[in-house]
Ligand binder design. Sequence first.
Ligand code: HMG
Length: 397
Amino acid sequence: MTPRVGIHDLAFATAHQVLDLAVLAEHSGVDVGKYYVGIGQSEMSVPCADEDIVTMGAGAAAQILDRLRERDGTTDGIRTLLFATESGIDQSKSAGVFVHSLLGMGENCRVVELKQACYSATAALQFALGIVARDPREQVLVIAADIARYALDSSGEPTQGAAAVAFLVTADPALVEIEPVTGLHTDDIADFWRPNYLSTALVDGKYSLAAYLRSLEGAWDEYRARGGVGFEKIDRFCYHQPFTKMAVKAHDRLVAIAGADLDKAGRLAQIEASLRMNRRTGNSYTASIYVGLLSLLEHDEADLAGRRIGFFSYGSGSVSEFFTGVVQPGYRSLLRTEADARALADRTPIGYDRYRALHERVDATTGGDDRTPAETTGPFRFAGVSDHVRRYERTGR
Ligand code: HMG
């Protein structure tokens, strides 16, 4: 018999600076309502010079490993680490290997990086479920971390952001059991992409919105055709959130396709709690849907135990998947709600000039030896490059 498999623990980290979108609106001469209401974003996390996907990913994963060490005295049960990102720091080596080392994990572990725009964390989840279903003793650590970067003064600029999640996939999961039926959709399109020679993404904004919605329809249709449950059997929904208004648009579309009879308030009630954290981090690409899941579990006032969540994961280019999971009894005792609220509240607010200087600093990276200024207030930092090797260290915080 196939074991019950799913997400056993889920942790969050973000960058340690924040830009209020009112600051960007003032610089751009745009009514802030366009950002706060029109796209549904109030802030974006901005990495310090010594923060990247490794430091954020390690910050999230350390919380899971600390809990495992307390329970089992070891983290050696994790024999696979999958690092999902489209903000890769090396063309060859997985960012996960740096995290593996920073966190002192056992050497009997396979570590690999996955990429397909914002979809790759879901690919990692599905691969992890397969590993655990084959051998229920396996524990798979998935890390999803991204820094969303568009050109300065472009229309994508207010949809930047940064965050990471880590989740542990096991048999008999304590948070969310993932159900087996999925719906998939792939289409070779140029809605959003980042060529190797650019540090910022290119995007056809309006087209990307339409492509996202078309892909939702394709994935949902296949999900239903393969025996997935009807819309009315799903209690909450969690979408990829490049900006939170996109999830609102997507849910409106799904309600229409499914022919459900729900007014605006009813539709919003099914997704509202999942939007809270992304509204403040900004787009975190592949992490964003799982930041949404954490936000839902932490902020939905209803007891979600036994309730079914529908997930729609979309990555430009494009690949998407619709699937479901059931929240497990006792899930609330595993959440780190206060710590996650602090991670957002304790970010250092920055002004426009500092934001711009940091944005330009990334573009100016030359490949030569470089000591990175010590700025982050987080537990791990990118110390710089010497002999073309990236160096990371613990900060002691
Ligand atoms: P834009 O063209 O500057 O904005 O860029 P707009 O004119 O469409 O306005 C946005 C909304 O604000 C509109 O609402 C306006 O009416 C409203 P809507 O009609 O859409 O409901 N608005 C106002 N509301 C209140 N008060 C006001 C006001 N003014 C206007 N004063 C766009 C918007 C999203 C296109 C741009 O930011 C962009 O290109 N972003 C990046 C692309 C993106 O996020 N695409 C999403 C789908 S693709 C995806 O999700 C994948 C991705 O995450 C990458 C990956 O997979 O790796 C991006």
